[in-house]
Design a protein around this ligand. Sequence first.
Ligand code: ADP
Length: 373
Amino acid sequence: MILIVDDKPENIIALKRILEKNHYQVDSALSGEEALKKVLKNSYDLILLDVQMPGLDGFEVAESISGYSKTQDIPIIFLSAVNVNKQFISKGYASGGRDYMVKPFDPDVLILKIKTFIKLYEQTISLQKMQQVLVEEIEFRKQAERTKDEFITMASHELKTPLTSIKGYMQMVERSFDKDLKDDARKYLERTRQQLEKLNILIDDLLDTSKIASGKLDFRNGVYEVDPIIDNAIDIVRQTYPSHAIIKTGRAGVDIYGDQLRIEQVILNYLTNAIKYSPNSAEILFDVSLISNEEVLINVTDSGIGIPKDKQSELFTKFYRVEESSNRFQGLGMGLYICAEIIKRHHGRYGVDSEPGKGSSFYFTLPVYPQQV
Ligand code: ADP
């Protein structure tokens, strides 16, 4: 749209006629003040600006327009009946104008100029947009690079911790053998085994995360009774963490369709998190139930540190860790992200209910097989 600024309505009418004949949309202002208001409110492709006006003259209007970042690139053509000396023309350019035409002017020349300036303006705008996209893209790369570097540092640290422990325990094993203390040696070997298991889980999680990213997390699906999968997972955790009691209630008594090892992986993850994030309590509740005979619902409840409400929606995203507790507990923020992917692939749902200082209850569901229609 083109804005015509002139204090004489008859001039506006004449210009409007020429422009509309050439299929331009037109708006008008009868004073410099009105023009400034309109320019800030609407968006124009070009302004035809009369120089002599009572109040703000054309040069002052042009100066203001080129001073606002939103409007600084709008092309302005001055129209003037007098003041054709060079000094005046230079003033017109200095105040932000692109051209200076003296009345009476040839309508064809005016239209040619308008076309050229609008084209230039459009090109300027698309160049600016492109530049903006490029700047954002570069920033996004840079950001991805930083995240990757941080992750590598954290992952190396996480891998190093069990390795350092293993080294230490192996020395203790050697010493115990030297002193013929077989029971001690057995104890340290058991601790070594636990650290190796930690290392194994970490490496599996890293591999799973990269498989999810490349869409290659594989599933060996079949129809399985769900209760034995649950009982097996609970047994594994009870053996690994004799310090905690896992109190199980409920039974599903149904089949599900999916990958039993992946489902076991989700249960192990929920349970080990419940243990890890409740250092001052030794009891974890595990409940299985059915929702309308359509879904198996599994709930793992701890009385641990809990999670602030505003952080709960992020827990299942990649590498997310609750800041308040991240220094106190080791981890990489991959476990729940992998769980979410596995549950989604089984067409289940997941979520958490938690209160800081009181504990957390993590749940997930799996559709019963065969699904009743
Ligand atoms: P990690 O434990 O390695 O950080 P997870 O993906 O398993 O990664 O968990 C993501 C985050 O969710 C954890 O860092 C922790 O802040 C929070 N979280 C998970 N489970 C619990 C829980 N039972 N109680 C409190 N916070 C939890």
